[in-house]
Design a protein around this ligand. Structure first.
Ligand SMILES: *Cc1c(COP(=O)(O)O)cnc(C)c1O
Length: 238
């Protein structure tokens, strides 16, 4: 993907975000898994607000010598034994979904680490994240980890199985429930959980997410084009 194309795409997405949201405050995160540092920085130049990386090790390889000039978020499932490698590289851990991970982060950071609590809204076995019913109890107790500050909720919703009215209704219902859950938790007014962000929406569904109230969308494909095939990805990670 060329620099000019990335710039065009980010510009178009920005414009569309503004028209869907009716304002300019929704954050745009470029998801840079399997992208080079160079491509990722072109997205930063084009004006994205943040970068998101799925794998700690990939992020460490890419960014350990020169941190990107916008906040770097961890958005993939974090195995607790990987925390020690690179947690300090990140400005936010957006995939907090267990006490064990909270323990691991707490043990590694000296300053306050912003986190988002990940919610498995579609109750999919393949996905990480807390059951929606566990979210408020978890957040209420998050002051047990004095270095964590809950800046938001994050979710990866089910992919659309087909293009049908029922299917779009199903996905949009999840989005609505997610937004309701976020507002309910935020309204608790817990000092350690300001929950300013609802991170929801990817390339295939972000416009619906913004309509439902998302404050941060995470786009990979629609900025950078299709990701390399799985085999090539594995080779690239060796
Ligand atoms: C890959 C990924 C994205 C971006 O996916 P696209 O469909 O390419 O926009 C967003 N969030 C998470 C957690 C991801 O793993």
């Amino acid at each position: 993907m060329s620099r000019a194309l990335i710039e065009d795409r980010v510009g178009e997405i920005r414009q569309r975000m503004r028209s869907v949201a009716g304002h300019d405050a929704v954050h745009l995160m470029a998801v840079t898994k399997y992208r080079t540092a160079e491509e990722s920085l072109w997205a930063v130049e084009a004006g994205v607000d943040a970068l998101g990386e799925n794998r700690i090790q990939e992020a460490v390889q890419k960014w350990q010598h020169a941190k990107p000039p916008v906040p770097l978020h961890a958005i993939g499932h974090v195995q607790t034994n990987k925390v020690k490698y690179g947690i300090k590289l990140f400005d936010s851990i957006d995939s907090l979904d267990s006490e064990r991970l909270a323990d691991a982060i707490e043990a590694r950071v000296a300053e306050v680490m912003p986190v988002m609590v990940e919610v498995n809204m579609g109750l999919e076995e393949s996905k990480s994240g807390l059951h929606p019913a566990q979210v408020l109890p978890f957040i209420t107790q998050l002051n047990r980890w004095p270095h964590l500050k809950a800046e938001g909720l994050m979710t990866v919703l089910p992919a659309r199985r087909e293009n049908s009215v029922e299917e779009s209704r199903r996905i949009r219902n999840y989005m609505q429930e997610m937004a309701d859950l976020w507002r309910m938790c935020r309204d608790e007014g817990l000092p350690w959980a300001p929950l300013n962000h609802l991170s929801m929406g990817m390339s295939g569904d972000w416009e619906w997410a913004v309509e439902a109230g998302s404050t941060m969308i995470r786009l990979g494909t629609s900025i950078f084009g299709p990701r390399p095939a799985a085999g090539a990805q594995d080779a690239a990670n060796k």
